[in-house]
Design a protein around this ligand. Structure first.
Ligand code: FAD
Length: 423
């Protein structure tokens, strides 16, 4: 049948793979991806690690499907973050993987399969070493310096040594394991189980006000927790991503597994509600994908500066700003709905580098949804536009520190480097 036979093997010594690079990025979501390609573009060697078996974080794996916060308010819709998005939108233009969604700001709907493959190619092209399916479980270093991290995968352990680290883990995992102070909300900030329906009749899909009105009347009957939401129709595809669930996302291993199932149960109930209530649109629809449970705000770093709600509302422009956005406050702190506070036309708010540097650390910078901010402020800067800008800002700061302490970099040089994302 085959020339292949077998050989008997017994485990002897534990397998440990050793890697070293100029910089290591923990978390391959949109923030970590932006950090990794920015460092590589500066000629640095980079190891990018993620606990998931494929890159992209929530952007690719949680059926988010819409880039928010990249553009400013109507009517100008200025492009605010160029890192990642300029190239991505150019490369995927005309492929059918992107479509525009106009509202208070301009959002770009995307096909996560195409975006995930684009990200993989961009990393490979730059020679970034990607370590997947490997969770950081130990951090070594001294006196505010992280020197090495250890990861565990199904195949054994991996050690990565580097002169600087980006914590783009979403849950501040690296900072937490390094023993640095972190913040957690005192009540749940809900995540959502996104799911995709196929067989949707686009022209009959109701808008969000009609959905909410029916949910108020019959939501109890279906056991629907979140009484609002939007069917995000992908034009011409007969599919829609639904965001009408709210699930607490605990920071525990067993709790996370339970939450994933709770999310899917909620999704099933929402699908039944949609099919019964809007049969012309959803009567023949079926769930074809659930995605990984989406986590919004779980645990984040404590930095020298906590981005305050009033700084976001007033649009304070910081000397060391690395990101900006016009995205509304979008805080999911109630099971049935979320707070949604839209800014006036022309409004912008900013994220300072000081909110990315964990207190007591010298060569770690956070980026993405785990930077330091008050809960409402964080809810408006954790969308993917500013997350990518923060990744780029963290990368430039580490590059400028060149193995020294990030607190000592010349901020005027950083300003030039991040001008394309800050103006
Ligand atoms: C349901 C939902 C809907 C949303 N809708 C939108 C939207 O429409 N538009 C928009 O722009 N934004 C949206 N957001 C927000 C946005 O998707 C996220 O805030 C953003 O993607 C976060 O990116 P990130 O890179 O900071 O983190 P993540 O994408 O969370 O990536 C972090 C990565 O770190 C890895 N990691 C964590 N701990 C470890 C460890 N110990 N070891 C190794 N790896 C680790 C994780 O596996 C993960 O892949 C939504 C969020 C949710 C939850």
């Amino acid at each position: 049948m085959t020339e292949i036979t077998t050989t008997t093997v017994v485990r002897s010594v534990p397998v440990v793979e050793e890697l070293s690079a100029d910089y290591c990025v923990v978390g391959a979501g949109i923030a970590g991806f932006a950090a990794a390609i920015t460092l590589a573009d500066q000629g640095r060697s980079v190891v990018l690690v993620d606990a998931q078996p494929q890159i992209g974080g929530q952007c690719v794996n949680s059926l988010i499907g819409l880039f928010c916060g990249v553009y400013g308010t109507a009517p100008d819709y200025e492009m605010l973050t160029r890192t990642v998005f300029e190239d991505l939108f150019r490369d995927l233009d005309g492929t059918g993987a992107l479509s525009k969604r106009y509202g208070e700001t301009l959002g770009i709907q995307y096909d996560e399969v195409a975006v995930g493959r684009w990200m993989e190619r961009e990393l490979d092209r730059r020679g970034v070493t990607v370590v997947l399916g490997s969770a950081v479980d130990a951090v070594q270093g001294d006196d505010g310096w992280v020197e090495r991290i250890e990861l565990v995968s199904r195949y054994g352990r991996v050690r990565v040594s580097a002169r600087g680290f980006v914590d783009a883990s979403g849950d501040a995992s690296l900072s937490w394991l390094a023993g640095l102070p972190c913040a957690e909300p005192t009540g749940p900030i809900y995540g959502s189980q996104q799911f995709r329906l196929a067989g949707v009749v686009e022209e009959h899909v109701p808008d969000r006000t009609v959905v909410a009105e029916h949910l108020r009347r019959v939501g109890d009957r279906y056991g629907v927790v979140r009484r609002e939401g939007i069917p995000f129709v992908f034009p011409g595809s007969g599919t829609a991503v639904i965001n009408m669930t709210h699930v607490a996302t605990p920071l525990s291993t067993v709790g996370t597994g339970k939450a994933q199932h709770e999310g899917r149960d909620q999704a099933d109930r929402v699908a039944r509600f949609l099919a019964d209530t809007f049969p012309d649109a959803f009567g023949d629809a079926r769930i074809v994908d659930y995605g990984l449970l989406g986590r919004r705000q779980t645990r984040w770093i404590r930095a020298e500066h906590t981005l305050l709600d009033e700084e976001v509302i007033a649009g304070v422009r910081f000397d060391d700003a690395v990101a900006r956005t016009a995205w509304p406050i979008e805080l999911h702190d109630r099971p049935d709905r979320h707070r949604w506070e839209v800014f006036e036309s022309g409004h912008l708010h900013y994220v300072p580098l000081r909110s990315l540097i964990p207190r007591g650390s010298r060569n770690v910078i956070a980026a993405g949804r785990c930077i330091d901010a008050q809960p409402a402020a964080l809810s408006s800067v954790r969308v993917m536009g500013p997350c990518a800008a923060m990744g780029a800002g963290a990368a430039h700061a580490l590059d400028l520190a060149d193995g020294g302490s990030v607190a000592d970099i010349d901020v005027s040089v950083l300003r030039d480097r991040v001008a394309q994302n800050v103006g």
